[in-house]
Design a binder for this molecule. Sequence first.
Ligand SMILES: Cc1cc2nc3c(=O)[nH]c(=O)nc-3n(C[C@H](O)[C@H](O)[C@H](O)COP(=O)(O)O)c2cc1C
Length: 435
Amino acid sequence: MNGNKIRSWLGVRGFGESHGTAIGVLLEDIKPGIKFPIEEIELELERRRPGRQSFTSSRLESDRIKILSGVIDGITTGMPICMVVYNEDQRIEDYAALKDIFRPGHADWSWYHKFKILDWRGGGRASGRETIARVAAGAIVKQLIKPIQVEAYPVQIGKIRAGTFTEGFTNQLFWHDPYTYDAVLQELSDAKEAGDSLGGVLEIRISEIRAGLGDPVFGKLDARLAEALLSIGGIKGIEFGAGFALAGWHGSQANDAMDVDGFKTNHCGGILGGISTGSEVIMHLVIKPTSSIAQPQQTIDIHGNEREIEIQGRHDTCLLFRTIPVAEAMVRLVMADCISYQKLLDGDKKDLNDYREALDRIDEDILLALRRRKEIVKLIAEYKAEHKLGILDVRREKEMIEELSIKAELWDIDNNFVKSIWRLIIAESRNLQEE
Ligand SMILES: Cc1cc2nc3c(=O)[nH]c(=O)nc-3n(C[C@H](O)[C@H](O)[C@H](O)COP(=O)(O)O)c2cc1C
């Protein structure tokens, strides 16, 4: 089914149900030779995991990722990359009482009418647990979209809007306004106590983005971002730049004037004609209140009987916090897609980022070579110890440095620079042997 595949050059496909064996993701188009960012993936999954704040579900999912294919010695092979997270802490009994009942606000009713099957185990594939796949895929492309930065944070929770953005004000809600923080905590506590839930608004910023990304006319950047972000469960609205407020403005206010330094304002939110302008892309996402609430609700079951339900179990008071890494991941996937298409248009033309990527690879090669050298030095130390040979061999060290400096000159590298590096390397080898 095509809906499980993100329409992207990276061939990202998700699979798995919330209370099935596992949730997984398949990426078909990742190039070989890329350092596989396992730490980055684990970090992002940790940000999405429930039970990290007082207002998210207390389910104890460890969300440990297993790499099934496409990676060897920490490097991508170019073959499909398959990653899975096995489902733990399932507590299927939380859902048994709801069997055959359509939960208000959930996908149960509409999915049942599409598939004629009701996955009563927490919504199956409609569950927010599906977003593990998005977060894992988004973490992989983080390095591919450099220097682009993507950041999401709440600007409204319930009725409370954040006022001043205060740098360095850190808290469990990722709320940037110290003046309204206590009011937000109170609003969340009240909703939790009442067995109810709250919605909110996330602001997303894409910074360090070059001009020219996005494709006319059906692949416009705003259209693609909206498609990617609205595909996250619970997201009900999106605006770009000044967004819905533009309806009440005049053109003279709305237009972003330019001078030689660029745009003077950014009401368009960094996108004009579906293509990035080079200014920050700014979006707002509306998230509905969590559907699973611990209050009595009227509904019906699949046999047409009227029922009253009260959802037990462990649910988020507000979905906003766990949606942050998911939204960032979806934006990164769209960015990766736009960049790879732009590279086709640009042909062989390299940008600063390409050169930096090449340098990073070389630096990594140097580190690997140093690691191999260290292993050999240890073997030499063992050999010398076994044959009762001295560690210091001044003549050999001198010869080595001379030979390398001749080669350096031939290859047009400053030989003093090479000599000083190898003096350090040899000193380190001597220390290792002495150890
Ligand atoms: C990360 C994440 C976690 C979610 N967890 C829950 C949850 O615990 N309870 C709930 O009622 N909805 C949760 N949702 C939202 C539902 O998946 C979503 O509301 C439902 O599938 C219906 O889809 P719709 O709201 O887009 O119409 C979560 C969404 C996300 C993105």
